[in-house]
Every structure is written in structure tokens, then in C-alpha cells.
Design a protein around this ligand. Structure first.
Ligand code: AHR
Length: 651
């Protein structure tokens, strides 16, 4: 079932969708009755027997990093915010509050001398002066803008704790509704000891209303000091992975038909300072051994989403990993000069590649196997750094060359991506980034038409039309769609492309970068119109680009034609970014047998500003229709502000 059919199940047909449908009937020749003003018709000639080049099978993929609470407070399903007490708030302990029930008396503070591991050297000390079984004291966690609870659902929790005396008694965990104070699920752990120990607990809700207005409460019924750390609570995750991901967001990514995942950034790879880079060795193994780190987007990353979790994310979506390795440049300008100083960083990258791709007989492959994943992951592309054109020292040329030599010596099969143009050598692939307004993309759709085919292959590793906030609007979807027509036309050169940023938590303070693809809060998620434009383009990718030309003048009208000869299908992607409907005569040659019906998916809006939001998530979604009366020659009218994909049968 298509995305649109899923969303529209049971919903009344909206006026816009009705209009889109009516416009499609215009194929039979009735369109002028509907639309008063209409620009001159254009003719799209397609020569199906003249393939120009193959479409890159990996054209569309995903780019990800910790930004906009993409992982913590996003994809990574952890519900406890600041679980290791390393976030800096404005006074107090960020996202935690003291709870003194009845006549209990307690206070809390960070203790920098007590922690459960070398990686987590401090903890939260709860000093309970007075408490008993009916006057309990403790702390509560607010979650990431609430905690989403659903009926009859099991939540798995754990924490590290110790007490100053062996008779401190147990900690009780409750999920409490913010508005009623009612406990919706409760569990009591075994009694605390004076040594750090991990306690696991299960909280099962009953017949409750689905809501995010809930918090986690941890209490004791005994006076004394208690220390806690790494407090964790997970809902059911995608494929039931432990320490796993939110199912809704995984499904939304799956619906984009991605072919790869570029990870882990972006700026997040580099960090503001060298010691804030994505230091992958600190992100693997038990959570208690992960020190966490500051992300350049100004919050602490829990590193619960570590390198292995990233790789498993690719595996769960059945896509390739494009592995970006830190290459000696961080955002505030620090860099490592090529030569001996860079050797340890190159070694880290080699170890990282071995961790991902080596079998269990290799040193780092064995570490991965010990962590529960004996099978190596498929990696074909390794990206050396990120946006190294920012490195004004001029060191990138030498750093790339050193990484290239070192990595190719051990892994000659890998394709190495450079993140800035090079003067002295030709990289395998060059990563180009584009953040533009729709008009700028319209003007630049022919960007790659004349690029030298003897140069490096191109990875458009980050791109987006930046219009609309927190997620993009229909204007952006049209800018994106126009740009994608250009990428498809040049997909002999462009091997991969990934939009950025992918995710945003739409709560106040959740966004560091405006104009994102998928928005969410604790409870639900939605796709922007631009998300659906990508769904459509990737769903109807095709395997080759036939010769085509557009005759006639049409402002803000763009197209792409691809074909899948194996399936006998031709895909027409028509992008009308104008406020007027556009008539198009289609003339196909080179196929003896063209079907008389076509499947059409349309994404339409009334205005460029129209958009989807967390409260109106399906205002603009693809509407699928089957139309009759098509053939080698037919006409159609593409409604204003519309991205339309036709699937025709032609042999
Ligand atoms: O996508 C947001 C940021 O834009 C990325 O982190 C960075 O690579 C680019 O500048």
C-alpha cells in the first residue's frame, strides 16, 4: 500500500485532492473547463529506444547526525533525558527535579566523586533527610518534552545505584501522569547495597489513554544517601532491538526507499574541537562504558546511538553504510597537519573500517562479534572528513592524500569520498552540498549538465531547499523536486544524494537548524511535503534515462524521464512550481506497445506556504489515481504547485 493510500484510509477526500483528481481527468481533454488562466502547452518528446545513460541505483539515500535532537529525543528510543547527568541546565540538574511526597525531605546534587564506571565518573546524589513507606522521596525525569505512554505496553528500565547504608531499601519506579498524579505503572527494585549495581525493572501500562504528559518518578522510603546514574527507560523498539530505535521514524525512513545511510555527519563527525569529534571507540560497548560527548549543536550526546547502532540501523533498513571518518579538522578551526601527527587519526579510521567490515578473525571485527554482531557490514564508500572547504589552513589536500594512501593500501576496493575539491589528485568521489531557496534551485537545475565526466563522481551528500520551519513547506518540496529532476538527468555522474537534515524534534528548543524533512515530538511524527516529494522520486527511480526534450516555454516547470526496461515501465516526473496549471503534450517514440492506463501520484498544495505540521500531519500527501486514455501520444494538465509522477507501461 502506498504512503498516500495509507494516510487517506478512512479520511474524507479534501478539496485539493479532489481538484488534483479532476485535473487528471483532463487527460481526456476536459481540463480547460476547470482552469481559467493557462500558459501555452509544452511538448515533451521522449525517445525510449535511445538510452542516454543508466540511473545510479544508489541515487537516493539518507544523511544523519545528532542535530535537532535527531537521536537523543528522536530516533533513539530512550525516554529518560540527561540519563547520565551531564547536560548543563540553568541551575539545578537539567531535566531532573526533586520530589518530596508527604512530609519527606530530600535534596539532590551532582556528585563528582561517585560514578559507576571510569567512563561515568559522576552521578546524582539524592540526600534523603526524612522519608518512610508512605512519605516517599526521590527524583523525577521529564523525558524529552514528555514521555509517550501507550495502553497495555511494556517499558523496560534500568539504572545504576548505590546507597550509603545496606538498609536503604529499594528504589521504586513509577510512570506518573503529569496532570492527574496517577501512577500508570510501577515496579520496585531489589534493596540497594553500598556498591554500584545495575537494577533492571519493567513498567507495564494498563488501559490508559495515549499521552506524552507523563514523567518517570524514582523514590525511596528510607532516609539516607542514594546515588543513581545511567537511568534508562525504553518503549518497544523497531524490530525489538535492545537499545533500539523508534518504530515510526524507522518506518518513515523505509518508505523513502533509501539505498544508503551517510553517518555520522555532518558537523557532528567533526565536533567543535578535536576532542569533541565523533570518537567512535567511545561509542561502542556497554552504555556504562560510553563517556558521552558534547555535540557541535550545543547539547550533550548520550552516545547511546553509537557506531554499532548506526550500522544496525543501516542493516535494519537493508541499505549500505556510507561511513564518514574523522580526518583531522574540527569546526572551530583546529586541524592536524598531514604527516606523523595525523597517523593516529588515520589508524582510528582504519580500525573503524575494520570494526564495520572485518570478519571475526580481525582485531576490531572480533570486538564487533563480541558485541553481538559477528557478520561484517557492507561498506563501499568511506568519506574522509566533512565540508573540509572550511579548513582555511589548506591542509585538506595533504590529509585526504594520507588517508587515501593508508586506506587504499588495506582496502583497495573502497571508494573514497573527498569533501572539498582537490588540486593535486582526483578523488574517487566528491561530496557537494547545497542549501538553497527554491528559486535558486530552479535556476540551477542544469548545474551538472555540463560538468566534466572525466572528473570525480559526485555525491550530493547534503542538500535541501530551505523554506519553512521547523519542517519545509510545499515551496521547498517544489524546489527539491526540481533539483531532483536535475540529479536524475545527471545520475551517470551523481552516484548518490542525501537530503539534510533529516529529522527535527518540533518542541521549543528542539531545533538547531530550520527546514528539516521529518518532524516529531515524543508521541508522533510526520513528513513535510518535501519528504513526500522524495518518497515519490525514489519510489519511481528507474534504471535508465532515455533521450528527451521539452519544446515550448514553461516557467518553473521541470521534468525527469526514467525507464525500467525490466519492468516495462516509464516514469514521468513532472514538477509544476507555477501558480498556473501547465498543459503538457507527451510524445513517446521507440516503443511498440504503450499501455492505455497509467498510475499517477500527485502532491499538490494551494500555496507555496502550505505545509504539514505535527497537528496537521497529512495536509499534503501523495494522492494515487489510475488514469485511462494514455498512449504513445497524450496530453495532460499538471495542476499548479504540483509534483506528479506517472508510471506508464511501454515495451
Ligand atoms: O545539515 C546541517 C549541517 O550543514 C551539517 O552538519 C553540515 O555538514 C552542513 O554545514
Amino acid at each position: 500500500m502506498g504512503v498516500a493510500s495509507r494516510y487517506f484510509k478512512g479520511e474524507p477526500l479534501k478539496i485539493r485532492q479532489l481538484l488534483a483528481k479532476v485535473a487528471l481527468f483532463a487527460i481526456a481533454g476536459a481540463y480547460p473547463r476547470i482552469c481559467v488562466a493557462q500558459p501555452a502547452a509544452v511538448t515533451l518528446n521522449i525517445q525510449l529506444d535511445k538510452p542516454v545513460h543508466a540511473v545510479s541505483p544508489t541515487l537516493y539515500g539518507l544523511m544523519t547526525e545528532e542535530i535537532n535532537y535527531s537521536y537523543d529525543g528522536g530516533l533513539y528510543a530512550e525516554m529518560v533525558r540527561n540519563r547520565t547527568f551531564q547536560d548543563h541546565g540553568f541551575g539545578g540538574v537539567a531535566h531532573w527535579d526533586i520530589e518530596q511526597l508527604g512530609n519527606s525531605i530530600a535534596s539532590m546534587a551532582i556528585d563528582r566523586t561517585e560514578g559507576p564506571s571510569a567512563a561515568l565518573e559522576h552521578s546524582l546524589e539524592i540526600d534523603v533527610k526524612q522519608a518512610d513507606a508512605t512519605n516517599r522521596a526521590g527524583v523525577r525525569n521529564e523525558g524529552y518534552w514528555g514521555m509517550a505512554l501507550r495502553p497495555n505496553t511494556t517499558y523496560k528500565g534500568s539504572l545504576y545505584a548505590k546507597a550509603d547504608s545496606a538498609d536503604a531499601g529499594p528504589i521504586t519506579a513509577d510512570l506518573v501522569n503529569d496532570n492527574t498524579g496517577k501512577s500508570l505503572a510501577t515496579a520496585t527494585m531489589p534493596g540497594l547495597s553500598t556498591e554500584w549495581k545495575q537494577y533492571e525493572f519493567t513498567l507495564k501500562t494498563g488501559k490508559i489513554d495515549t499521552s506524552a504528559e507523563n514523567h518517570l518518578l524514582l523514590t525511596v522510603g528510607h532516609a539516607g544517601k542514594v546515588w543513581i546514574d545511567l537511568v534508562s527507560l525504553f518503549p518497544p523498539t523497531y524490530k525489538n532491538r535492545q537499545n533500539g530505535n523508534r518504530p515510526d521514524l524507522m518506518e518513515m525512513m523505509g518508505a523513502m526507499h533509501p539505498k544508503f545511510l551517510r553517518l555520522p555527519g555532518g558537523n557532528y563527525l567533526e565536533g567543535d574541537q578535536i576532542d569533541e569529534r565523533f570518537d567512535w571507540k567511545n561509542t561502542i560497548g556497554p552504555l556504562v562504558d560510553r563517556p558521552t560527548h558534547r555535540s557541535p549543536w550545543n547539547y550533550q550526546s548520550s552516545d547511546g546511538m553509537g557506531l554499532l547502532e548506526f550500522l544496525e540501523w543501516s542493516e535494519d533498513l537493508k541499505i549500505e553504510t556510507v561511513l564518514a571518518v574523522y580526518a583531522g579538522y574540527s569546526l572551530k578551526g583546529d586541524h592536524i597537519n598531514p604527516g606523523p601527527a595525523l597517523v593516529p587519526f588515520l589508524q582510528d579510521a582504519l580500525d573503524e573500517i575494520e570494526f564495520a567490515t572485518g570478519d571475526a578473525s580481525t582485531k576490531w571485527g572480533a570486538v564487533r562479534a563480541k558485541l553481538g554482531h559477528p557478520a561484517p557490514f557492507a561498506v563501499k564508500y568511506v568519506e574522509v572528513g566533512n565540508e573540509d572547504w572550511f579548513d582555511r589552513s589548506g591542509s585538506y589536500e595533504g590529509r585526504y592524500a594520507q588517508f587515501y594512501k593508508g586506506i587504499k593500501a588495506k582496502y583497495p576496493q573502497l571508494q573514497l569520498i573527498a569533501t572539498a575539491p582537490l588540486k593535486r589528485m582526483k578523488p574517487d568521489v566528491l561530496d557537494d552540498h547545497y542549501y538553497k531557496r527554491a528559486d535558486e534551485f530552479f535556476a540551477d537545475v542544469k548545474h551538472y549538465d555540463t560538468v566534466d565526466r572525466n572528473g570525480p563522481k559526485i555525491f550530493v551528500g547534503e542538500w535541501a531547499t530551505r523554506e519553512g520551519s521547523p519542517t519545509t513547506n510545499m515551496g521547498a518540496a517544489l524546489g527539491d523536486a526540481a533539483w531532483m529532476t536535475g540529479m536524475e538527468r545527471n545520475s551517470d555522474l551523481i552516484v548518490m544524494a542525501s537530503y539534510a537534515p533529516l529529522f527535527v524534534n518540533v518542541n521549543p528548543g528542539g531545533m538547531q537548524w530550520e527546514s528539516d524533512l521529518i518532524g516529531y515530538d515524543a508521541l508522533s511524527s510526520y513528513g513535510s511535503p518535501a519528504y513526500y516529494a522524495q518518497v515519490l522520486f525514489a519510489k519511481y527511480l528507474g534504471t535508465e534515462v532515455p533521450a528527451s526534450s521539452l519544446n515550448g516555454d514553461a516557467e518553473r516547470f521541470f521534468y525527469s524521464v526514467t525507464r525500467d526496461s525490466g519492468k516495462g515501465a516509464v516514469y514521468l516526473k513532472l514538477v509544476n512550481a507555477s501558480s498556473l496549471a501547465q498543459s503538457v503534450a507527451i510524445e513517446m517514440s521507440g516503443a511498440s506497445n504503450v499501455g492505455s492506463t497509467a498510475t499517477v501520484e500527485s502532491l499538490t498544495a494551494f500555496t507555496l506556504a502550505e505545509t504539514n505540521t505535527i497537528s496537521s500531519p497529512t495536509r499534503i500527501v501523495p494522492v494515487q489515481t489510475t488514469i485511462k486514455g494514455v498512449g504513445a501520444k497524450f496530453s495532460l494538465s499538471v495542476p499548479a504547485y504540483t509534483v506528479q509522477v506517472l508510471e506508464l507501461q511501454a515495451k
